[in-house]
Every structure is written in structure tokens, then in C-alpha cells.
Ligand binder design. Structure first.
Ligand code: ADP
Ligand code: MG
Length: 292
């Protein structure tokens, strides 16, 4: 491509809110075969709400939620925010947690008023030695509805299963259809529950799902997609997404996401709307069509 055509292409993209930090990315984007997207905050709004709370027989619902929310006050995960908001809506008093621990990609733990509280993904509680089989059916049902099941233990006893749901962004279905129309494969990479991820992917017509991926596993998931399909673009918003944005043939960061993600990306989507992704691809195709 000539420097002039690249300038025209990146200029047109900028009008649509797509900033190319490097002109080179317009050419790399042209050869992309698969677009992988982070789920939380990219495909979805990143503002989950607590939808379900089932406590085990000997546990009180409000007391259990108050303990869980007390711990989550110290977490920065969007899930934590959902739980704290739900507890406050019930006007529960949240104690200050002690010995707070956050395990990236797994969950959180702390002492609250002398009680030990552990909250997180199934793999976290299983790792801690809990038997979750009594809640398997409930978890399956929640996941089928596209909700993310989480488990809580109090004083070494399985206490509750809760679920959060994160609404899909308005532009997401149209963006995925447009990517398919351009002949690309679409993949989702997420730390979330496999069944939840699959339910959401099915709803959106996403071709490939990499779920229950630990934060340091996103790069490996991306490499596997490249192996299978060819050059890969990755779209993400979080701190955890920065290594994958750097590894991708083209990294596209959500402009409303974290600075660390933006710095790792070659392309920045100024709004949160994913329809900018097929727009950028279409511009790269149009710009480079006449050259090769
Ligand atoms: P994602 O952003 O895709 O959900 P993460 O790696 O941040 O991926 O988290 C993976 C999983 O770990 C979450 O889906 C959740 O099950 C669990 N988890 C992480 N942080 C928390 C938290 N503060 N409270 C409860 N569960 C958590
Ligand atoms: Mg995210």
C-alpha cells in the first residue's frame, strides 16, 4: 500500500471512531482470518448483576450474602461489584474483612467477624477441597441461562451458589454477523465457566469458545486459534488482556477499557461498540484491495 492510501484508510477509520496507532496494522488486519474477543467488558457490558442466590439448608440467606459481600468489597472484579450492590440493595451491613486474599482467575477469601469466607469459581472451591456435587444440577441450569455460577463456603462448609449475569452489549450481535459476512471466524476467550460461555456463544453464533482460561492462559488460547485458522485479531479491555493484545497479529483495545490494554494494542476502538471491528476490517480490505 502507498503511504497515501494508508493515510486515507486510517483517516476514514478515525471518522468511525477507530484509531490506528500504527498504519502497519491496517495491512495486518487485511490478512486476519479469525477475530477472538474477550467476553466480560468486550462482548458484554462488564456490569454484571446478581440474579440468583441459593443457600444450603442450614444457612441464612441474608447473613450468607452479607458475609460474601463483605469479602467482595475488597475485590476489583466486576463480579464483586454486582454482589456488593445486591447486598446493599437488601440494606445489609457489611463488616470489614481481615486477611483478604484475591486469587486471580479463581476467587477471593477473607475472615469476616471471625468467620472464614471463600468465594469463587467451581475450580477454586474444588481446589480448596470442597465437594460441589450437591449443587451440580443448579449450576448447570444457571449456566444454560448464560449466567455465571459462583460458590461460597463459610467456616469450611459449602454455603451457597450464586449467579451473576452480564448483559450483552447492544452492538455485539450485529458486529458478529458482519464479521461472518466478511468471511472471518469469530472466537471467544474467557475465564468464565465453560457452560456459561457456551450458552452465550450459541446465542451469538460464535464459532469457537476458549473458556475457563486462566489470566496467563489467554496467550496460549490465542496461539491455538492462530494455529487452526491463521492470523488472529484480538479484542479486549482488561489488564488481563494486555498480553493477548500484544501477542495477536492485531490487538484492538476497547477505548473505555483499562490504560494497560490500550497501551498494548495497535488499534483503539473509541466507543465500546464492537461494530467498529468489522468497520475497521472492511476499511482495511477496501484500502488494500487495489494494491495486491
Ligand atoms: P473473566 O474476566 O473472564 O471472568 P477472570 O480471570 O477475571 O476472568 O475470572 C475468572 C473467574 O474467576 C470468574 O468468572 C469467577 O468465577 C472467578 N472470580 C474471579 N474473581 C472473583 C471474585 N472477586 N469473586 C468471585 N469469583 C471471582
Ligand atoms: Mg474483559
Amino acid at each position: 500500500a502507498t503511504p497515501t492510501s494508508i493515510m486515507v484508510g486510517t483517516g476514514r477509520a478515525a471518522e468511525l471512531g477507530v484509531l490506528f496507532r500504527k498504519g502497519q496494522a491496517l495491512q495486518t488486519l487485511r490478512d486476519t482470518k479469525v477475530v477472538a474477543l474477550d467476553k466480560t467488558g468486550t462482548l458484554t457490558k462488564g456490569q454484571p448483576e446478581l440474579t440468583d442466590l441459593h443457600v444450603m439448608p442450614s444457612f441464612d440467606e441474608n447473613h450468607t450474602l452479607a458475609l460474601i459481600a463483605a469479602v467482595e468489597q475488597h475485590s476489583e472484579h466486576p463480579i464483586a461489584e454486582a454482589i456488593v450492590v445486591a447486598a446493599k440493595a437488601r440494606e445489609l451491613t457489611l463488616a470489614t474483612p481481615e486477611d483478604f486474599q484475591s486469587l486471580s482467575g479463581l476467587g477471593v477469601a477473607a475472615k469476616v467477624n471471625g468467620q472464614k469466607v471463600e468465594v469463587g469459581a467451581d475450580r477454586y472451591l474444588i481446589r480448596l477441597g470442597y465437594d460441589l456435587s450437591a449443587l451440580n444440577d443448579t449450576a448447570q441450569q444457571l449456566a444454560k441461562e448464560g449466567k455465571s455460577p459462583l460458590y461460597a463456603a463459610i467456616d469450611d462448609k459449602l454455603a451457597a451458589i450464586i449467579a451473576v449475569a452480564d448483559p450483552i452489549k447492544e452492538g455485539t450481535p450485529a458486529a458478529i454477523n458482519a464479521l461472518h459476512a466478511l468471511g472471518l471466524k469469530v472466537a471467544m476467550i474467557t475465564g468464565d465457566n465453560r457452560h456459561t460461555a457456551q450458552a452465550i456463544a450459541a446465542q451469538l453464533g460464535i464459532d469457537e469458545v476458549k473458556a475457563e482460561v486462566m489470566p496467563d492462559g489467554k496467550v496460549a488460547a490465542l496461539k491455538a486459534l492462530r494455529e487452526q485458522y491463521g492470523p488472529v485479531a484480538f479484542v479486549g479491555d482488561g489488564i488481563n488482556d494486555a498480553p493477548a493484545l500484544a501477542e495477536a497479529d492485531v490487538g484492538l483495545a476497547i477505548g473505555t477499557g483499562t490504560d494497560i490494554a490500550i497501551e498494548a494494542a495497535e488499534v483503539v476502538l473509541m466507543g465500546g461498540d464492537l461494530r467498529a471491528v468489522p468497520s475497521a476490517l472492511a476499511i482495511s480490505h477496501a484500502t488494500l484491495r487495489n494494491i495486491r
